[in-house]
Design a protein around this ligand. Structure first.
Ligand code: PZK
Length: 301
């Protein structure tokens, strides 16, 4: 049985943005993020969802925001207004456990990526140029190898569909100014240091991760989702083997299935088998249990 939540609708509450897997609603300066159970692979949203995926990722984000409170302020709203709570009440089943109520922020148009290992687009750029975002790296690195030290590799957001484009730190400075650029870089390293140490204590490598920041009342806050498998690469330390791509912690069954059915990677993306859905759901739960130390999802939030 697949009781995944694939689309949301909150009646009169206006949809502000729909991402591949998340829906964003706004009432004034209060925003409601809803993480659906949609899953993407090879740049497409698939025909099936993963039941509870949105809840698992949302509760992971909550866990990390809390662990990071002394490192960085975040966009979570402590007390949603009574007006908002009243508006949301009829839609409880779409919201409970999978939503974040956050403050409207003025978002910086930069993705703040920290990489401790060379993988993904970083590996592609390194192969082509020997550097990533203008940072020269040692010669002879193998794919997925640990870097001598973490690097900050910002990316410019490309609207709708397209991949974000890696940019130099100098380009980031041009876009948002030197002071904000320096502070976002400093915060990104501090968050990565704290999060990768926590992950390591749980047997996980946090290979890389992407943060988004915004301004609320002129103050920098950590926004978006944080340190979920959708925004980060986690690898089991026990299976780490540099010299090639590492299997995806969460999506490997999905990718293998899509290859096995020889999907041409053009829309529409196929549905998944029940077996792949269940095994993938179990991987998300495993990531949640490992990172948070909790046995399962909270019933509410
Ligand atoms: C904001 N996104 C990404 C796209 C989603 C999310 N605190 C904020 N204030 C204003 N805007 C945003 C945020 C945050 N975080 C985030 N776009 C705008 C996005 C699509 C669906 F759920």
């Amino acid at each position: 049985m697949n009781d995944a939540l694939l689309t949301t609708s909150l009646g009169e509450i206006p949809l502000t943005a729909r991402g591949k897997v998340r829906d964003l609603y706004a009432i004034g300066d209060e925003l409601v993020f809803i993480a659906t159970d949609r899953i993407s692979a090879f740049d497409h949203v698939l025909g099936s969802g993963i039941p509870d995926k949105g809840k698992i990722l949302t509760q992971l984000s909550h866990f990390w925001f809390e662990l990071l409170t002394d490192t960085v302020p975040n966009h979570l709203l402590a007390e949603p207004s009574p007006k908002l709570l009243k508006l949301l009440a009829p839609f409880e089943s779409q919201i409970t456990g999978r939503s974040m109520i956050v403050k409207r922020a003025e978002m910086f148009p930069v993705e703040c990526v920290v990489r401790g290992y060379i993988s993904g687009s970083g590996w592609k750029d390194y192969l082509a140029t020997g550097s990533v975002c203008g940072i020269e790296l040692p010669k002879g690195l193998r794919e997925s190898e640990k870097l001598p030290e973490p690097i900050f590799t910002p990316a410019a957001k490309i609207n709708t569909g397209g991949h974000d484009e890696n940019i130099s730190y100098a380009a980031m400075v041009e876009t948002i100014g030197p002071d904000y650029a320096a502070e976002l870089k400093r915060l990104s390293f501090a968050i990565y240091a704290k999060a990768s140490a926590h992950a390591a204590s749980k047997g996980l490598i946090l290979a890389d991760t992407k943060f988004e920041f915004g301004l609320v009342d002129g103050k920098i806050v950590l926004a978006d989702e944080v340190l979920t498998p959708d925004s980060s690469r986690y690898w089991p330390a026990s299976e780490y083997a540099p010299g090639g791509a590492q299997p995806s912690f969460d999506k490997q069954f999905v990718r293998d299935y899509l290859e096995s059915v020889r999907w041409n990677k053009q829309a529409p993306a196929p549905a998944l088998s029940e077996e792949v859905i269940e095994k993938t759901r179990e991987k998300y739960l495993e990531a949640f249990r490992l990172v948070t130390g909790k046995a399962g999802l909270a019933a509410d939030r």
